[in-house]
Write a protein that binds this ligand. Structure first.
Ligand code: GLN
Length: 304
């Protein structure tokens, strides 16, 4: 498959969409990112890497980090997590308070913010230093020991994260949070502030395309069944109230973040990451979604 040619064609085709979205501004530090960036990286299971644009530049992965925390918790307690959080698509914004109230403190799925706060809280029961655990995990996944949190982004979100604080307090009032609200928020905001490039993200998603085994080392991180189920949740919940749209247009399990990144994978073949900071009103990258739609169209590869 001529992936290099495909990526270059995609970069050209999405360029006119510049200006069609807005850089996230509710986290002030993210508003400083120049809107024009576009990068994309695809890596195959046998290690062939294809890139275009700003594929090596690091950005704030935001909610893509929810895949890493969820993977770690599944490693520790498997499906028992789903006693505390559901696995149904939310059809609601990622930070919805209303839904959490209706559902009496049991978040609809692990990828909305309320669900990710529960996942972080669960991780802290097994890994008291949840910040170090996630950092160590992504460094192993990507084979890149230099990956760091961005303290300015974490602090910026801490100062303005009133909705996340409300969600965490509401979870606590329903006894669905073991640790202190502030401790959970601190770990969660740090996870969201992970700074990674498209190349590093694509590499970090490869184990999900490989039945739970990290291709670079042969290490099994999840059972084949766990990896399959995580992919199912990515497909149904990875894009919040646009999960249906993403499945319809792209047809891959994936996860977005308000930093403008999207990581996705084709089971048995490759993982891909794209970054373009301008997002739509659902919090998903405009050019990123279009780029992935073009990838599955031009390559003829999707899970459907
Ligand atoms: N850190 C962001 C938040 O909690 C993550 C949201 C996202 O990327 N969708 O609001």
């Amino acid at each position: 498959m001529p992936y290099q040619q495909i990526l270059e064609d995609i970069a050209r085709e999405v360029a006119p969409l510049a200006g069609a979205g807005k850089v996230a501004s509710y986290i002030p530090e993210l508003a400083k990112v120049p809107p024009g960036h576009f990068g994309m990286a695809l890596i195959t299971l046998d290690g062939r890497l294809y890139t275009t644009g700003d594929a090596h530049e690091r950005f704030s992965v935001q909610s893509i980090s929810k895949v890493f925390t969820l993977s770690l918790v599944i490693q520790h307690i498997g499906e028992r997590l789903f006693e505390r959080v559901g696995k149904e698509p939310s059809g609601n914004p990622f930070n919805s308070l209303v839904q959490l109230e209706y559902e009496q403190g049991i978040p609809r799925n692990p990828f909305i913010n309320a669900g990710a706060l529960v996942v972080t809280d669960e991780l802290m029961r097994h890994q008291p230093d949840a910040k170090a655990a996630v950092l160590d995990f992504v460094r192993r996944l990507s084979g890149t020991p230099t990956i760091q949190y961005d303290p300015a982004v974490a602090a910026s979100e801490r100062q303005t994260g009133f909705t996340n604080a409300a969600l965490a307090n509401y979870l606590k009032s329903h006894r669905n949070l073991y640790h202190d609200v502030d401790q959970v928020l601190d770990a969660y905001f740090h996870h969201c502030s992970l700074s990674m490039s498209c190349v590093e993200l694509a590499r970090s998603f490869l184990f999900l395309a490989n039945h739970g085994v990290l291709p670079a080392t042969g290490e099994r991180l999840l059972s084949a069944s766990q990896a399959k189920r995580l992919n199912a949740i990515l497909l149904s919940c990875g894009f919040y109230d646009e999960a249906g749209e993403f499945a319809f247009r792209v047809g891959l399990p994936g996860k977005s973040g308000v930093g403008g990144g999207i990581a996705a994978l084709m089971p048995g073949r490759w993982a891909v990451a794209v970054w373009s900071p301008e997002i739509n009103r659902h919090g998903n990258s405009v050019r990123g979604m279009k780029a992935l739609e073009l990838l599955t169209t031009l390559s003829g590869e999707s899970i459907f």
